[in-house]
Ligand binder design. Structure first.
Ligand SMILES: [Zn+2]
Length: 500
């Protein structure tokens, strides 16, 4: 989004064209943190998911789906019961509730808040005489607030809506090991809903309480982490890596670093982890983000989860919210399977390498995408206003409609029938076509520009005579005349370059 483009114009477009609505249910005032996708948003989401699925199949990943509702013991073992908590402070007088770490970051932007204990945060609040922003009164002590949504199953058995898909995939390890015929590293992914009971979600669609995750895992041996065949094919790709030591120096966008160099310079430790960074970027690069809005940011030792060996976020620079994490890449070590092995009394030790006498618990490398955040950032970074025309420059890989088909006039039956026939033919060709006959042609073009539709085809009186149509390209607004039979190829390859 350029500066001259208006955030309000963008936010109203997202609702007006049916991408995202909410908080839902709107007619009852809405519950914060819950949103609905309209037809355009759902089509965009489905296109992203099918593109990811197709690419991952080619890379040897298998897909699973697990239940959303999970018994308590799973989250006891995973550590979520104990550690998936926010520090919360309540005003003694008006009882307003705040997240202590967020509140401190807002009040003291220069202080280092990540990694502070509850006590240390309390001391900071006291020593700086920070009070309730609503009524200026003192705060109570900081309390634990668990972010998992609790529910009951059957006759009062406590269960939780999963806070992530990843853990539910780990629980399948023994089964997966069998069906994937012990070919390590095992490559798996899961797409589905996860839930987070945020105390007071702000930042709109970025802080959903119910959200879509798309998480990839590699179950890998210690040896393979340093010796992964796939790494050799991609080691000279360059990524914008901002390691945590650079983050104090006000560098927002880092230089592109060759992955083999990054290992040699010890910015990254393990080739297999470097491969995961590459893979996370590879899938994102298919979606059509402008290059300059993407970076990888490493977690500082304070920010990192206690078990993580390394963690980086793939971030997108937005106008409305600054840098936004759309994907986290985590080296989780053998923490998860060790814990679940202990709590379930299962043995997760397997022999993964050339020497069958060596048995080990697999390491887990993970790539976790937030699909809703991808949708938001993709819409925002592709939103343009050009001479008062809104143009959503979505890639044709993901746009809700790849083409829209218009009859020039709707009261001429022969034109209408031909337009409908062309529309159905395109759908049969697996091209997402949208048929629209309402309003002037100019209005129909504008509607499709706002939906990010790359091409529009208009059927007119001449089409009845010579089987040609007008095809219009969204970004250049160029219009040319082509034969009906040429429509699919033109959508695939773009308009032929016109000689000057
Ligand atoms: Zn208060």
């Amino acid at each position: 989004m350029k500066i001259e483009d208006n955030i309000e114009t963008f936010n109203s477009l997202v609702k007006r064209q049916g991408f995202v609505w909410g908080p839902s249910p709107e007619i009852y005032g809405g519950l914060a943190g819950f949103y609905s996708y309209g037809p355009a948003g759902m089509a965009l989401k489905n296109n992203i998911i099918s593109l990811f699925r197709k690419e991952l199949r080619a890379l040897g990943f298998s897909e699973v789906e697990c239940p959303i509702v999970t018994p308590e013991i799973v989250w006891e073992a995973s550590g979520h019961l104990e550690r998936f908590i926010d520090p919360v402070i309540k005003c003694k007088k008006c009882e307003s509730i705040f997240r202590a770490d967020k509140f401190l970051k807002e009040q003291m932007p220069d202080a280092m808040i990540d990694g502070l204990s509850f006590k240390e945060m309390e001391v900071l609040i006291k020593s700086n005489s920070l009070t309730c922003p609503e009524c200026d009164s003192e705060f109570d002590k900081i309390e634990d607030y668990n972010l998992m949504l609790k529910t009951n199953v059957g006759a009062g058995n406590t269960a939780y809506l999963r806070p992530e898909t990843a853990t539910t995939t780990y629980l399948l390890f023994n089964r997966l090991s069998q069906v994937l015929r012990k070919q390590y590293p095992l490559k798996v992914f899961q797409y589905g809903k996860a839930f987070r009971n945020e105390i007071s979600p702000r930042q709109g669609v970025l802080r959903m309480r119910s959200f879509d995750q798309f998480e990839l895992q590699m179950f890998i041996s210690k040896e393979q982490e340093y010796n992964l065949e796939d790494f050799n094919d991609i080691k000279h790709n360059k990524l914008p890596l901002l390691d945590w030591r650079l983050q104090d120096k006000n560098i927002a966008i880092p230089n592109q670093i060759d992955l083999e160099d990054a290992i040699e310079k010890k910015i990254l430790k393990k080739p297999a982890y470097a491969y995961c960074l590459y893979l996370s970027y590879f899938l994102i690069s298919k979606l059509g983000y402008p290059d300059e809005v993407i970076r990888f940011r490493q977690h500082s030792p304070n920010e990192k989860a206690h078990y993580a060996d390394d963690a980086w976020d793939l971030e997108v620079n937005t106008t409305q919210f600054g840098w936004v994490e759309i994907c986290g890449i985590h080296d989780r070590t053998d923490y998860d399977l060790k814990r679940h092995g202990k709590y379930s009394k299962q043995n997760f030790e397997v022999s993964m390498d050339t020497n069958p006498s060596i048995k080990e618990i697999p390491q887990i490398l993970e790539i976790a995408y937030g699909i809703d955040r991808i949708i938001y950032t993709l819409l925002e970074t592709n939103f343009n206003v050009e001479d008062k025309r809104i143009n959503l420059k979505l890639s044709k890989n993901v746009a809700p409609n790849q083409v829209a088909v218009f009859p020039l006039v709707k009261n001429k039956e022969k034109i209408r029938l031909l337009a409908k026939k062309i529309h159905r033919g395109l759908l049969q060709n697996l091209i997402y076509s949208y048929y629209d006959e309402s309003g002037s042609i100019g209005k129909r073009y504008r509607r499709q520009d706002e939906l990010g539709t790359p091409y529009c085809v208009t059927i007119d009186y001449d089409s009845l005579e010579d089987s040609t149509v007008t095809i219009r390209e969204r970004d250049t607004m160029t219009q040319i005349r082509i034969d009906i039979s040429e429509i699919p190829m033109t959508i695939k390859n773009g308009l032929p370059k016109i000689k000057e």
